[in-house]
Design a protein around this ligand. Sequence first.
Ligand code: 13P
Ligand code: 13P
Ligand code: MG
Ligand code: MG
Length: 365
Amino acid sequence: MRVTVSLIKADIGGLAGHSVVHPKLEELARKKLQEAKETGLIIDYYVYHAGDDLQLLMTHTKGENNPEIHKLAWDTFVEATEKVSKPLKLYGAGQDLLSDTFSGNVRGLGPGVAEMEFEERKSEPILVFSADKTEPGAWNFKLYKIFADPFNTAGLVIDPSMHDGFIFEVLDLIEDMYVLMNTPEESYDLLALIGTPGRYVIRKVYRKSDREVAASASVQRLSLIAGRYVGKDDPVLIVRAQHGFPAVGEVLEAFAFPHLVAGWMRGSHHGPLMPVGLKDAKCTRFDGPPRVVGLGFQLHNGILEGPVDLFDDPAFDYTRRMAEEIADYMRRHGPFMPHRLGPEEMEYTTLPGVLEKLRTRFKKA
Ligand code: 13P
Ligand code: 13P
Ligand code: MG
Ligand code: MG
């Protein structure tokens, strides 16, 4: 059976600023997706949140970029904005809905999307990751570790079905072009690109031996769509695990190091990406630190068995402590780079407004 997994998310209003999704938004979303399940449009769904971003995980048989599925997500976001966010005056009500009209696909309209279609295996473990207060390039580091670094993923060395390596599809967000890169042989070239995560973003990963899809990530950057700062992109990621793909534990291993990502306060600061359980999926200190939740499911005929709340585990306590230390270290830089993002990234924030006022004060040196 061919199944499509669609994870579509949006920030449509925060409870106390940009902290968390209001429970009533999730309630309304569950009702909408339950109706869609009963009509047969989708097979199954799971609604959750990462910080102030509402996450709609859906399974169906309609393939990627299906207008009916995208409309279901769009209508859910719009209805929840109108019925909950606006009456309750939630912060940034409808923040990520950048258009008044829907044209068949949520791509380019604000919401983030990760989708993949595949033949369901005899056993199909699926992992989904949702981050808040960061950008899609945040997955670059994780995806490289998972699919190309044998010091992270033992299977790259010892499992014959993965030993050939993986193919990375990398998008250039500025030029709107993409390139396919083979690992391990082009690892250094791949790193030359994805080490610039604000521009080059991994969209898909395929197993080289049979081109099976292994991972799919959201790539939209709100500031590039809107041409101004409207909040951070807060990306999502779907990964298939086991039996020819990295084991669940190899995927999770990449999250044990809280690497620095762009986002955090006002989308303008570097900070550590901290893995947390759903109960801690809220942003607090300096509107962060940036967080990621990870959920594990077993698919059976498209039904999402689970979830397992993967980072709700003492095995990640040390990572969280390290993230707290890094957060503290970075915070002490206050308004200085490299805590504050560089000028290229700050172009889309409110800083240019301040700099413009100072322009006339300068005299020829
Ligand atoms: P099991 O022997 O528990 O199936 O584990 C195999 C494996 O791949 C562990 O990562
Ligand atoms: P979000 O992108 O999560 O809405 O955060 C925006 C922000 O400015 C946080 O300080
Ligand atoms: Mg917000
Ligand atoms: Mg957010």
